[in-house]
Design a protein around this ligand. Structure first.
Ligand code: ASP
Length: 342
């Protein structure tokens, strides 16, 4: 495997990674990625060429929305033929949503797109940003026989590369901020980069990149909890504009068996709202019909979210709702694997 002569584009969107502490005032301010080599001289030891695209307005990832996802995808589309790989610097808070979105939006992707960020600013003494950044660049540059080794959207954090659409943020202060509970690692970084080849996504050969840019935002995530009332659930589900629901159920896809709840969900489905069942557990899968508590959901035609993360499920729903899929085929299409998310 080689990285020499690879060209990597860093796309800087914002987040903690881009901050530097002014030690005189103690204030955090945005780091100028254009002066990257001056700030992080270690980068010059990498035998690849790095260019930077910084968004004019860098943001905390709490402000991310589908318009930003489109802007990121458009940069990748425009520069696709000029670079071997892409590293997206992003706040960690919503990184799993953006990485999931990108995995569905970049159809036919055959180069690496690695999301990374950090828990401490790049200018902080104990920062995790440098390692995350340097290894992400290395991963984006990896080639073998002239072809990219990684051909999917990954998320690199604290010595691990995960499939982006399998990740979830699990910790607000540990350097190990992410997990991929239902899919094994793609790469582990130690003294050597340990590649788990059998876990890498292999897209169909010879496809060209197309990007998807439409999102239905009239969707909602509802988390079941003991004590949820009819009034609340009915209120949400009767919103006239509502098109889709991610229902976070218990365990392997279970919901209360109260007749009113079954009735409210059924009415929403009859009104044409698509409802996806995902588990609120951190790991494991929905298995509808395993318990009586999910049998009613299965019978009414609720979509099986299998082992999707909520992040992946909601983005997939926003995209598929815009794909003009005939109503009776929507469930079948949703339950199909698009880019390794299931
Ligand atoms: N609030 C920050 C963000 O997501 C946290 C981070 O960057 O890790 O933009």
């Amino acid at each position: 495997m080689e990285t020499n002569n690879s060209k990597v584009l860093l796309i800087y969107t914002g987040g903690t990674i881009g901050m530097i502490k002014d030690y005189e005032t103690g204030v955090l301010r945005a780091f100028e990625f254009d002066n990257l080599y001056k700030r992080i001289p270690e980068l010059s030891h990498l035998d690849c060429q790095i260019s930077v695209h910084s968004f004019e307005k860098v943001i905390d990832s709490s402000d991310m929305n589908p318009q930003h996802w489109i802007a990121i995808a458009e940069v990748i589309e425009k520069e696709y033929d000029h670079f071997d790989g892409f590293v997206v610097l992003h706040g960690s808070d919503t990184m799993s949503y953006s990485a999931s979105a990108m995995s569905f939006m970049l159809e036919g992707l055959s180069k690496p797109v690695i999301f990374t960020g950090s828990q401490l600013p790049i200018g902080d003494l104990r920062t995790d940003a440098k390692e995350n950044l340097i290894t992400s660049i290395q991963l984006a540059a990896l080639k073998e026989n002239g072809k990219s080794v990684i051909r999917e959207v990954g998320l690199y954090f604290e010595y691990k590369l995960y499939r982006g659409n399998r990740t979830t943020k699990i910790n607000a202060e540990h350097f190990q901020a992410f997990a991929s509970p239902n899919y094994p690692l793609l790469v582990e970084s130690g003294v050597h980069l340990k590649l788990m080849r059998e876990n890498l996504w292999r897209p169909q050969e010879k496809t060209s990149l197309r990007i998807w840019k439409e999102f239905e935002q009239e969707v909602v995530i509802i988390k079941m909890f003991p004590g949820i009332t009819k009034l609340t659930l009915e209120g949400i589900l009767s919103l006239p504009s509502l098109k889709g629901v991610i229902l976070e159920t218990y365990g392997s896809g279970n919901a209360p068996t109260y007749p009113w709840l079954v009735d409210v969900l059924q009415k929403a489905i009859q009104r044409g709202i698509h409802i996806v069942n995902v588990t609120q557990c951190i790991g494991g899968s929905v298995i509808m019909g395993k318990y009586e508590a999910s049998e009613a959901l299965r019978k009414m035609g609720i979509i099986d979210g299998k082992d999707l993360t909520t992040e992946s499920a909601v983005v997939k729903l926003m995209i598929l709702l815009k794909k003009r899929i005939p109503h009776n085929l929507f469930k079948i299409k949703f339950e199909e694997n698009i880019s390794g998310e299931i």
